[in-house]
Design a protein around this ligand. Structure first.
Ligand code: NDP
Length: 396
């Protein structure tokens, strides 16, 4: 039996807390701590078993350390924002507690995300004899596990990887993001990037490349855009051992979303440099976040499905093989189960499973790890058990 400390009380955390509470055979005690304690209490009130709630500023390492010392968790699950990652890792190092997150570190003043800052903690975590599991959401997260599973069971060589993420849904708002607006807009307005064996990583203009992909489960054809996504940074070296030649990440956006984003960008509302307004410094993107709907409130209004998967091409037993592994998640079904839409659900469930893998020692190690470094089978089994069943399609 394990104790989990969950930090952050937004959309993703709400789902992870529900799922940790469901997994009462593993998580005997749950503490939910965030900047705004009333949000923790609101999540706690939805549950059928009691949990502890606390106020914490996750940018304040001494505060985190005293909370960790007091609660003594086996694992800290960081579901605050990427800006907090290093502070929470520092607190875990000081207290000797395992760490799990769902998004890689991003400095507040630079829309730039990569693993180097967190990988730099490897030796210190190793010396302390604790582990950090990075990127235990859906993408990154489940997509990394899908790749490890494909490499383990279905391919002798892997030549191309396309990770494809669709949110075919309507949330009833002219413009709203399905996870933290600031993080979401920083991600989609950044340059794209893909990898080939010949060129290495190649940067593209934001949304420069698009094509139409025909999604399963009645979703049908949708336009997908090439983006940079953090899991490619760890998956490329992992799959190069299998002969990888190309890797890309794609996401759907509606014309309406892109039209709003273009206007907001053109008028400077997505900027992250502070500007002076009536004698006070404000960051336009942070102000925009205040105006946009809170993703945690989108659940009742969002209808449609997400479909996220990996399309992998390579060979098995000397023959060419194409393999598509994916999950389809229905927004309204998620809402009925945990009062949340599917984007938070598809992130919160794997966040809980990652914490479970670490807390139970199913995934075990000292240092900083990405998801594909462990045996994918137990994680894949838990996806089926906890609401994110996956499907496979094979062709030649
Ligand atoms: P939200 O903005 O809904 O929630 C973030 C929570 O963190 C809020 O409760 C916020 O507090 C809290 N928080 C922020 N700063 C601090 C701080 N200094 N101290 C304590 N708490 C703090 O975000 P989401 O739930 O949508 O996303 C959570 C994480 O999941 C993000 O890192 C996001 O990038 C990641 N994510 C990962 C995905 C994946 O597939 N891997 C997909 C989607 C999201 P307050 O309520 O006071 O603002």
């Amino acid at each position: 039996m394990a104790k989990v400390l969950i930090i952050g009380a937004g959309g993703v955390s709400g789902v992870a807390v529900h799922k940790c509470a469901q997994a009462s055979d593993v998580f005997s005690e749950i503490c939910l701590a965030s900047r705004t304690k009333s949000k923790c209490d609101a999540i706690a009130a939805q549950l059928s078993r009691p949990i502890r709630t606390e106020q914490v500023d996750a940018d304040n390492v001494p505060q985190l350390v005293s909370l960790i010392r007091d609660f003594q968790p086996d694992v800290v699950l960081n579901l605050a924002l990427p800006y907090q990652d290093l502070h929470i890792m520092d607190a875990c190092l000081e207290t000797g507690v395992n760490y799990v997150d769902s998004a890689n570190y991003e400095p507040l003043d630079e829309a730039h995300f990569e693993y180097s800052w967190q990988w730099a903690y490897h030796d210190r975590f190793k010396e302390k004899g604790i582990m950090a599991l990075l990127g235990s959401g859906f993408d990154p997260g489940v997509t990394n596990v899908y790749c490890a599973y494909a490499a383990k069971h279905h391919f002798d060589t892997i030549e191309t990887l396309d990770i494809i993420d669709a949110n075919a849904a309507d949330n009833g708002h002219p413009f709203a993001t399905n996870f933290n607006p600031e993080i979401n807009i920083r991600e989609v307005t950044s340059p794209g990037k893909y990898w080939t064996e010949k060129t290495g990583f190649v940067e593209t203009k934001p949304m420069e490349f698009s094509k139409v992909y025909d999604f399963p489960a009645g979703i049908g054809p949708k336009k997908i855009y090439l983006l940079w996504h953090e899991e490619l940074e760890s998956l490329v070296p992992f799959l190069q051992k299998k002969g990888l030649k190309e890797a890309r990440f794609w996401m759907t956006f509606s014309d309406n979303y892109l039209k709003h984003l273009e206007v907001l960008q053109n008028v400077g509302m997505t900027g992250i440099e502070p500007v002076m307004y009536e004698g006070k410094e404000i960051v336009p993107l942070q102000f925009l976040k205040k105006l946009l709907p809170d993703p945690a409130t989108l659940g009742p209004k969002t209808v449609g499905k997400t479909c996220i998967g990996c399309l992998i091409k390579g060979t098995k037993d000397g023959k060419p093989r194409t393999y598509y592994v994916y999950n389809v998640c229905d927004h309204q079904e998620c809402y009925r189960e945990v009062q949340s839409q599917a984007v938070s659900y598809t992130t919160g469930v794997p966040a809980m499973i990652g914490a479970m893998m670490v807390a139970t020692g199913t995934w075990n190690g000292a240092g900083v790890f990405n998801m594909e470094q462990f045996d994918p089978d137990p994680f894949m089994a838990k996806l089926n058990e906890y609401g994110l069943p996956w499907k496979e399609v094979f062709s030649e």
